[in-house]
Design a protein around this ligand. Structure first.
Ligand SMILES: NC(=O)c1ccc[n+]([C@@H]2O[C@H](COP(=O)([O-])OP(=O)(O)OC[C@H]3O[C@@H](n4cnc5c(N)ncnc54)[C@H](OP(=O)(O)O)[C@@H]3O)[C@@H](O)[C@H]2O)c1
Length: 189
Protein backbone atom coordinates (compact mmCIF):
# COMPACT_ATOMS: atom_id res chain seq x y z
CA UNK A 1 0.00 0.00 0.00
CA UNK A 2 1.01 3.58 -0.59
CA UNK A 3 0.48 6.27 2.03
CA UNK A 4 -0.05 9.79 0.70
CA UNK A 5 -0.39 12.94 2.80
CA UNK A 6 -2.25 15.89 1.27
CA UNK A 7 -2.49 19.36 2.81
CA UNK A 8 -2.67 23.03 2.01
CA UNK A 9 -0.81 25.30 4.42
CA UNK A 10 -0.24 29.02 4.62
CA UNK A 11 3.15 30.22 3.43
CA UNK A 12 5.57 31.06 6.22
CA UNK A 13 3.48 30.23 9.29
CA UNK A 14 2.34 26.72 8.26
CA UNK A 15 -1.26 27.36 9.34
CA UNK A 16 -3.84 24.92 7.95
CA UNK A 17 -6.86 25.99 10.00
CA UNK A 18 -8.41 28.51 12.34
CA UNK A 19 -10.77 26.84 14.80
CA UNK A 20 -12.52 24.21 12.72
CA UNK A 21 -12.21 26.09 9.42
CA UNK A 22 -9.73 26.32 6.57
CA UNK A 23 -8.93 30.08 6.53
CA UNK A 24 -9.11 30.65 2.76
CA UNK A 25 -11.54 29.76 0.02
CA UNK A 26 -9.81 28.77 -3.19
CA UNK A 27 -12.07 26.67 -5.41
CA UNK A 28 -9.22 24.99 -7.26
CA UNK A 29 -7.74 23.85 -3.90
CA UNK A 30 -10.94 21.91 -3.09
CA UNK A 31 -11.14 20.62 -6.66
CA UNK A 32 -7.55 19.34 -6.55
CA UNK A 33 -8.20 17.61 -3.22
CA UNK A 34 -11.33 16.01 -4.68
CA UNK A 35 -9.50 14.78 -7.81
CA UNK A 36 -6.69 13.28 -5.74
CA UNK A 37 -8.95 11.51 -3.22
CA UNK A 38 -12.12 10.59 -5.12
CA UNK A 39 -12.71 6.82 -5.05
CA UNK A 40 -9.94 6.40 -2.44
CA UNK A 41 -9.58 5.75 1.28
CA UNK A 42 -8.97 8.88 3.27
CA UNK A 43 -7.81 9.16 6.88
CA UNK A 44 -9.01 12.13 8.94
CA UNK A 45 -8.94 13.12 12.58
CA UNK A 46 -12.23 13.46 14.39
CA UNK A 47 -12.10 17.31 14.27
CA UNK A 48 -11.49 17.35 10.50
CA UNK A 49 -14.19 14.70 9.93
CA UNK A 50 -16.70 16.87 11.80
CA UNK A 51 -15.75 19.86 9.65
CA UNK A 52 -16.84 18.04 6.45
CA UNK A 53 -20.34 19.11 5.31
CA UNK A 54 -22.78 16.61 6.88
CA UNK A 55 -19.72 14.69 8.14
CA UNK A 56 -19.18 13.12 4.73
CA UNK A 57 -17.28 13.42 1.44
CA UNK A 58 -18.94 11.78 -1.55
CA UNK A 59 -17.29 8.74 -3.19
CA UNK A 60 -14.68 8.19 -0.51
CA UNK A 61 -14.18 5.77 2.35
CA UNK A 62 -13.27 7.74 5.46
CA UNK A 63 -11.21 6.26 8.30
CA UNK A 64 -11.85 8.50 11.31
CA UNK A 65 -9.14 8.60 13.96
CA UNK A 66 -10.50 9.19 17.46
CA UNK A 67 -9.65 7.97 20.93
CA UNK A 68 -13.40 7.67 21.60
CA UNK A 69 -14.28 3.97 21.38
CA UNK A 70 -18.03 4.79 21.16
CA UNK A 71 -17.68 7.33 18.32
CA UNK A 72 -20.59 7.22 15.84
CA UNK A 73 -19.92 7.92 12.14
CA UNK A 74 -22.57 9.34 9.82
CA UNK A 75 -22.34 6.53 7.23
CA UNK A 76 -21.52 3.09 8.60
CA UNK A 77 -21.05 1.59 5.14
CA UNK A 78 -18.26 3.96 4.07
CA UNK A 79 -16.87 5.48 7.27
CA UNK A 80 -14.86 3.55 9.85
CA UNK A 81 -13.67 4.40 13.33
CA UNK A 82 -10.00 3.79 14.12
CA UNK A 83 -8.82 4.18 17.72
CA UNK A 84 -5.17 3.24 17.21
CA UNK A 85 -3.07 4.70 14.39
CA UNK A 86 -0.90 1.55 14.29
CA UNK A 87 -3.89 -0.06 12.53
CA UNK A 88 -2.42 1.50 9.35
CA UNK A 89 0.98 -0.14 9.67
CA UNK A 90 -0.28 -3.31 8.01
CA UNK A 91 -3.17 -1.84 6.03
CA UNK A 92 -3.12 -3.21 2.48
CA UNK A 93 -4.90 -0.51 0.48
CA UNK A 94 -3.64 2.96 -0.42
CA UNK A 95 -4.54 5.72 2.04
CA UNK A 96 -4.72 9.49 1.65
CA UNK A 97 -3.94 11.22 4.95
CA UNK A 98 -6.12 14.32 4.99
CA UNK A 99 -5.55 16.09 8.32
CA UNK A 100 -5.77 17.81 10.58
CA UNK A 101 -2.55 18.87 12.26
CA UNK A 102 -2.67 16.15 14.94
CA UNK A 103 -3.09 13.43 12.36
CA UNK A 104 -0.37 14.73 9.99
CA UNK A 105 1.97 14.82 12.99
CA UNK A 106 1.09 11.24 13.99
CA UNK A 107 2.06 9.98 10.53
CA UNK A 108 4.94 12.37 9.70
CA UNK A 109 6.81 12.20 12.98
CA UNK A 110 5.82 8.82 14.41
CA UNK A 111 6.89 5.29 13.58
CA UNK A 112 8.84 4.83 10.32
CA UNK A 113 6.17 2.32 9.22
CA UNK A 114 3.54 5.07 9.28
CA UNK A 115 5.44 7.74 7.39
CA UNK A 116 3.81 8.74 4.09
CA UNK A 117 5.56 7.62 0.92
CA UNK A 118 4.36 10.72 -0.93
CA UNK A 119 3.42 14.21 0.28
CA UNK A 120 1.39 16.71 -1.73
CA UNK A 121 2.51 19.99 -0.16
CA UNK A 122 0.31 22.90 -1.24
CA UNK A 123 1.38 26.35 -0.08
CA UNK A 124 -1.14 29.21 -0.15
CA UNK A 125 0.36 32.66 -0.56
CA UNK A 126 -2.70 34.89 -0.04
CA UNK A 127 -4.36 36.48 2.98
CA UNK A 128 -6.03 34.51 5.79
CA UNK A 129 -9.78 35.09 6.19
CA UNK A 130 -9.90 37.98 8.74
CA UNK A 131 -13.43 37.04 9.89
CA UNK A 132 -12.41 33.79 11.53
CA UNK A 133 -11.81 33.65 15.26
CA UNK A 134 -10.30 30.73 17.06
CA UNK A 135 -7.11 28.88 17.57
CA UNK A 136 -4.62 28.83 14.71
CA UNK A 137 -3.79 25.25 13.75
CA UNK A 138 -0.28 24.81 12.38
CA UNK A 139 1.68 21.86 11.05
CA UNK A 140 5.26 22.99 11.76
CA UNK A 141 6.45 19.61 13.17
CA UNK A 142 5.25 17.90 9.98
CA UNK A 143 7.03 20.48 7.79
CA UNK A 144 10.26 19.94 9.73
CA UNK A 145 9.98 16.22 9.00
CA UNK A 146 9.13 17.00 5.37
CA UNK A 147 12.24 19.16 4.93
CA UNK A 148 14.47 16.52 6.49
CA UNK A 149 13.11 13.26 5.09
CA UNK A 150 11.61 14.01 1.65
CA UNK A 151 12.78 15.18 -1.75
CA UNK A 152 10.81 17.06 -4.39
CA UNK A 153 10.17 15.08 -7.59
CA UNK A 154 8.41 17.52 -9.94
CA UNK A 155 8.73 21.25 -10.54
CA UNK A 156 6.51 23.62 -8.54
CA UNK A 157 3.01 23.84 -9.95
CA UNK A 158 1.40 27.29 -9.60
CA UNK A 159 -2.34 27.97 -9.63
CA UNK A 160 -4.54 30.60 -7.95
CA UNK A 161 -1.92 31.79 -5.47
CA UNK A 162 -1.09 28.21 -4.43
CA UNK A 163 2.21 26.48 -5.12
CA UNK A 164 1.93 22.69 -5.18
CA UNK A 165 4.96 20.45 -4.67
CA UNK A 166 5.11 16.67 -4.74
CA UNK A 167 7.72 15.04 -2.54
CA UNK A 168 8.68 11.43 -1.93
CA UNK A 169 10.38 9.87 1.03
CA UNK A 170 14.16 9.70 0.55
CA UNK A 171 15.44 6.22 -0.18
CA UNK A 172 11.99 4.61 -0.53
CA UNK A 173 10.38 2.92 -3.51
CA UNK A 174 7.24 4.70 -4.72
CA UNK A 175 4.46 3.01 -6.65
CA UNK A 176 4.54 4.72 -10.07
CA UNK A 177 0.80 4.36 -10.78
CA UNK A 178 -0.04 6.27 -7.58
CA UNK A 179 2.48 8.97 -8.43
CA UNK A 180 1.01 9.27 -11.93
CA UNK A 181 -2.53 9.59 -10.52
CA UNK A 182 -1.39 12.38 -8.19
CA UNK A 183 0.52 14.34 -10.82
CA UNK A 184 -2.38 14.10 -13.28
CA UNK A 185 -4.82 15.22 -10.55
CA UNK A 186 -2.67 18.29 -9.92
CA UNK A 187 -1.83 19.29 -13.48
CA UNK A 188 -5.06 18.32 -15.36
CA UNK A 189 -7.05 21.40 -14.47
N1 LIG B 1 -5.70 23.12 5.10
C1 LIG B 1 -5.75 21.80 5.10
O1 LIG B 1 -5.20 21.14 4.21
C2 LIG B 1 -6.51 21.08 6.19
C3 LIG B 1 -6.77 19.71 6.07
C4 LIG B 1 -7.45 19.07 7.13
C5 LIG B 1 -7.83 19.79 8.23
N2 LIG B 1 -7.57 21.12 8.30
C6 LIG B 1 -7.92 21.91 9.49
O2 LIG B 1 -7.24 21.34 10.61
C7 LIG B 1 -7.98 21.66 11.78
C8 LIG B 1 -8.20 20.39 12.58
O3 LIG B 1 -6.94 19.86 13.01
P1 LIG B 1 -6.74 19.33 14.51
O4 LIG B 1 -5.31 18.98 14.67
O5 LIG B 1 -7.35 20.32 15.43
O6 LIG B 1 -7.70 18.06 14.57
P2 LIG B 1 -7.67 16.65 13.77
O7 LIG B 1 -6.26 16.25 13.52
O8 LIG B 1 -8.61 16.72 12.63
O9 LIG B 1 -8.33 15.68 14.83
C9 LIG B 1 -7.83 15.58 16.14
C10 LIG B 1 -8.49 14.38 16.81
O10 LIG B 1 -7.85 13.18 16.41
C11 LIG B 1 -8.01 12.21 17.42
N3 LIG B 1 -6.69 11.69 17.78
C12 LIG B 1 -5.60 12.37 18.18
N4 LIG B 1 -4.58 11.54 18.45
C13 LIG B 1 -5.04 10.30 18.21
C14 LIG B 1 -4.46 9.01 18.29
N5 LIG B 1 -3.19 8.83 18.69
N6 LIG B 1 -5.21 7.94 17.99
C15 LIG B 1 -6.49 8.09 17.58
N7 LIG B 1 -7.09 9.30 17.47
C16 LIG B 1 -6.38 10.38 17.78
C17 LIG B 1 -8.62 12.90 18.63
O11 LIG B 1 -10.02 12.66 18.55
P3 LIG B 1 -10.93 12.53 19.90
O12 LIG B 1 -10.83 13.87 20.56
O13 LIG B 1 -12.28 12.20 19.37
O14 LIG B 1 -10.31 11.41 20.69
C18 LIG B 1 -8.34 14.37 18.33
O15 LIG B 1 -9.28 15.23 18.93
C19 LIG B 1 -9.26 22.31 11.32
O16 LIG B 1 -9.10 23.72 11.36
C20 LIG B 1 -9.37 21.88 9.87
O17 LIG B 1 -10.14 22.78 9.08
C21 LIG B 1 -6.92 21.77 7.29
Amino acid sequence: MTKVAVWCRHEGDNIIGIGSNIPWHVKSDFQRFRRITEGKNIVAGQATYESFPNRTLPNRNIYVLTLDTNYEVSDKEHHFVVNDVSFFKDFEEDIYISGGATIYKLFMTGSAKLMPDIVVDCVYKGELNPELNGQKVDITPSIESLNKNYRQIMPDFELDNITTRVLIRKGEFVEQSVLKHIILSITNI
